[in-house]
Design a protein around this ligand. Structure first.
Ligand code: G16
Length: 540
């Protein structure tokens, strides 16, 4: 590689001048039209990152997940399939904002020198994209930067985000004792289904399940999995809806996990029949929300908090049955969006520790690693359960003293294979939920009865400048604009069990306001008042 080659390639993929780009909650995310130069430059960083890791493969995912169809995004996946190390997010931001091609290359070489990266060494990048049409052009920009830096590039084309994370880990662990799985999409399905069967341990799922795929990449990928599923043996009968990826404009439109969670209602089309079990994935299949429409009480949602509490209680029970509960530390990681009732349930009923982190699975993932078993979920349905090497070793080596202990150890071992260890994965999480419900013999209603959510409301507020909003205390309080938090506190004090906070979104050009209170109307009212306040301080 040389400067001139990189400059020549960069000239074909300019950034839009005058804009400031930031590596946000999930990488760079904005209108797909603005991302050509950004993606080229992300390719340069991925080329550096791979060489920093002795040529291990780095993943690049092109997706805007839950955002509208016109948006797109690009983010980097580290060799073990987790999110890009935080320090490097700043390098990504600097690289993408370099004002000219010369300064870009200058910064690229400076980074290589500072980080002691041997540019002559081999580098490798793999990529995937969701079904957005703009992804095709963006992959070309990525390919050009990897060619200009002599980096081996493998384009896996259309994938869910969690599949790309899975493949990145598989590529880098292939042929080692820690091999994560077969390096192919088929390998992903086979791993999940084999573990699903093992985790069920002869039990059967009861009741059909309709899966709303947000008209995104989750549709075709779930269909691929279902082709391989033995629905007779496992009892899992899935009906896939909203899986039209041929009309890109309907992606996430009035359907999908984000719609269901923020509107707190089922997709209008097709309409769930009363009593049927439903769940929704988001646009890149990393979020999952369950729900049903009760013939008497109406819509009932089981969100990320519910999935976390279900998983934590099941795993804690299994650890007790296996006689390893004193050996392994189990913890639950949430964000400020977690319903107060769920936090109370975990701490008081399950007697497990809860850690609160800022929004973004990268923060939760990191915190989960400090436990032997870390259950992390955002209320929006994005999350997973991480098992430490010690935990996995314990499941395999502990000598069972009874058939019950053996069953518990085998189930824990199977769960560690079923649950995606790299990132939140809606398809893998869905199979996990089905396993747990089958083991417990629970209906959705039984699951819902574990605790009562505090009524809550999440609102999106358009402001003049979202960057004015700075937070502290794991995003539970605003430090800026000065005075705004005091106004929020004043409103909150007026409500029984009131809680509210505001923060700038890292994936959309807006602020988010969350409020909960003792009754539905109070939660709505509190959210509305705080939103007005945020709008005023945000210079609208
Ligand atoms: C991304 C992140 C999530 C985060 C969500 C919303 O999700 O991966 O961790 O909760 O954005 O973030 P914000 O409130 O900052 O906009 P996804 O599913 O869009 O990739």
């Amino acid at each position: 590689m040389d400067r001139d080659t990189i400059i020549a390639a960069s000239k074909k993929h300019d950034i839009v001048p005058g804009r400031v780009y930031k590596y946000g909650t999930a990488g760079f995310r904005m209108s797909g039209e603005l991302l050509d130069g950004v993606t080229f430059r992300v390719g340069l960083l991925a080329a550096l990152r791979s060489r920093k890791h002795n040529g291990q493969a780095i993943g690049v995912m092109i997706t805007a997940s839950h955002n509208p169809a016109v948006d797109n995004g690009v983010k980097i996946v580290d060799p073990m399939g987790d999110m890009l190390e935080q320090e490097w997010e700043a390098y990504a931001t600097n690289l993408v904002n370099a004002p000219s091609h010369d300064e870009l290359v200058e910064y690229f070489y400076k980074l290589a020198e500072t980080l002691k990266i041997d540019l002559a060494a081999p580098g490798k990048v793999i990529a995937g994209r969701d079904t957005r049409p703009s992804g095709i052009t963006l992959i070309t920009a990525l390919a050009d930067s990897l060619a200009a830096t002599n980096t081996t590039f493998n384009d896996y084309k259309i994938l869910t985000t969690p599949q790309l994370h899975y493949l990145t880990r598989c590529v880098n662990t292939a042929g080692t004792p820690g091999a994560y799985g077969e390096v192919s999409e088929a390998g992903y399905y086979n791993k999940l289904l084999e573990a699903f069967d093992r985790a069920l341990h002869g039990r059967k799922v009861s009741g059909g399940l309709t899966v709303d795929c947000a008209n995104g990449v989750g549709g075709p990928k779930l269909n691929e999995l279902l082709k391989r599923l033995d629905s007779q043996k496992t009892g899992l009968q899935v009906k896939v809806v909203n899986d039209d990826v041929l009309r890109p404009e309907i992606l996430n439109l009035d359907c999908g996990a984000d719609f269901v969670k923020t509107r707190q209602r089922a997709p209008p089309n097709p309409k769930p029949a009363p009593g049927d079990r439903w769940c929704s994935l988001d646009g890149d299949a990393d979020r999952l929300i369950y729900y049903w429409v009760d013939p008497e009480t109406g819509f009932f949602m089981l969100d990320g908090d519910r999935i976390a509490t279900l998983a934590a209680s099941f795993i804690a029970d299994l650890s007790r049955s296996a006689g390893i509960d004193h050996q392994l530390r189990i913890g639950v990681i949430q964000t400020a969006y977690a319903n107060g009732a769920s936090t109370k349930y975990v701490e008081q009923h399950l007697q497990l520790p809860v850690v609160c982190t800022p929004t973004g699975v990268k923060h939760l993932h990191h915190a989960a690693c400090s436990f032997d078993i870390g259950v992390y979920f955002e209320a929006n349905g994005h999350g997973t359960v991480l098992f430490s090497p010690t935990a996995i070793q314990t499941f395999k080596t502990k000598a069972p003293q009874s058939p019950g202990q053996k069953d518990a150890l085998d189930t824990l071992s199977a769960l560690a294979d079923l649950i995606n260890q790299t990132v939140g994965d809606a398809i893998s999480d869905m199979l996990m939920v089905e396993v747990i419900l089958a083991h417990k013999g629970w209906t959705m209603k039984d699951w819902a009865l574990t605790y009562k959510d505090l009524p809550n409301r999440l609102v999106r507020v358009e402001v003049g400048n979202k960057d004015l909003f700075q937070t502290t205390d794991a995003e539970r309080k605003l430090s800026h604009p000065v005075g705004c938090q005091e106004e929020i506190d004043r409103e909150v004090r007026k409500y029984t069990n009131g809680r509210s906070f505001a923060r700038a979104s890292g994936t959309e050009n807006a602020c988010r306001v969350y409020a909960e209170a003792a009754t539905r109307s109070e939660a709505d009212e509190l959210a509305k008042k705080v939103a007005v306040n945020v709008r005023e301080y945000g210079g609208h």
